[in-house]
Design a protein around this ligand. Structure first.
Ligand SMILES: Nc1ncnc2c1ncn2[C@@H]1O[C@H](COP(=O)(O)OP(=O)(O)OP(=O)(O)O)[C@@H](O)[C@H]1O
Ligand SMILES: [Mg+2]
Length: 283
């Protein structure tokens, strides 16, 4: 089986650094992982570990002051060397992006319908009427009633949970191969969190899409993901099947995440987070 058949995204030795010389220049140091077809991979780590930078580097969306090196292949095509126009095409056609906070990602002066339809209309895949009807059908699928009226509302008229569902619809509407979801529920209350996460997973699984789920929550990742990669200080310190990572953690940082989750120390866990017993790799 070729790489293209087996993996949607293959990231190898991805490094991100500041262009300006100086201390702390390196932000990601040699990240490698794969997301298989229809697979859900959880990238789990604490604040500042480099999760969002990884997503931005994979989408060629790093800010001007940062530089990426290494390889990011989407279905066999190297993205790191693609020009802006080609990369924009990939983003519009093949990727969906769900941010942490839908409200701050939407223009308050434009309707949520404008936001949802933007990508699919930009790529000219559907006419306005087709896109509007597809969006309404999808909004119903994610539990939003009277979607025609909702599409004409402004972000400040809707709850955080409803807006987050709308953002999921915007990410799904053009039927991408891969969804990046960066802390998609952490701005919501706990009830809305579990509803929105269930909706995202159901839609992704039903449509056979791959999902890269960014979270600091190991419980959430264990419940939602096929594979987990644990990030710490700009590196993947451990990766593998979700059940194995939590039942047999190999790295001290993973154990610390587990301890924090259970509020107890695990037997034999006295290593500092920076120990070197990582099982780096791409599974
Ligand atoms: N534009 C930038 N210039 C310089 N450093 C940056 C830039 N963006 C991010 N960083 C640094 O890179 C590191 C990783 O940031 P990143 O946003 O990826 O963390 P994260 O794991 O997503 O954290 P969080 O869970 O808080 O969102 C942090 O130390 C951050 O300060
Ligand atoms: Mg982040």
């Amino acid at each position: 089986m070729s790489e293209q058949d087996s993996a949607v995204l293959v990231v190898e030795e991805l490094r991100v650094s500041r262009k300006e010389p100086g201390e702390g220049q390196g932000l990601l140091s040699g990240i490698s992982f794969e997301v298989g077809n229809s697979e859900v991979l959880g990238l789990v780590g604490g604040s500042g570990s480099g999760k969002s930078l990884t997503v931005r580097a994979c989408m060629n969306l790093l800010p001007e002051e940062l530089r990426a090196e290494g390889s990011v292949k989407f279905r066999g095509t190297e993205l790191q060397t693609l020009g802006g126009k080609h990369m924009a095409d990939y983003r519009a056609r093949d990727f969906g992006l769900v941010h942490q906070d839908a409200r701050s990602s939407m223009n308050p002066r434009r309707t949520v319908g404008d936001f949802i339809l933007e990508s699919v209309l930009h790529s000219r895949m559907l006419s306005f009427d087709e896109a509007f009807h597809s969006a309404c059908a999808l909004l119903r699928d994610v539990g939003i009633s009277n979607p025609e009226a909702r599409m004409r509302q402004f972000p400040n008229e809707l709850s955080g949970g409803t807006l987050q569902r709308m953002m999921i619809v915007a990410a799904l509407l053009h039927n991408p191969k891969l969804i990046y979801a960066d802390e998609p529920t952490s701005a919501l209350d706990v009830i809305a969190q579990s509803d929105v996460m269930a909706i995202l997973l159901e839609q992704v699984r039903d449509r056979g899409m791959a999902l890269l789920l960014i979270t600091h929550d190991l419980d959430l990742a264990t419940a939602s993901c096929d594979q987990i990669a644990v990030m710490h200080a700009g590196q993947i310190v451990e990766s593998g099947p979700a059940g194995v990572i939590t039942s047999h953690p190999q790295h001290g940082y993973t154990r610390r995440l587990l301890e924090a989750r259970h509020g107890t120390a695990l037997p034999g866990n006295s290593e500092p987070a920076s120990n070197s017993d990582a099982t780096k790799g791409t599974n």
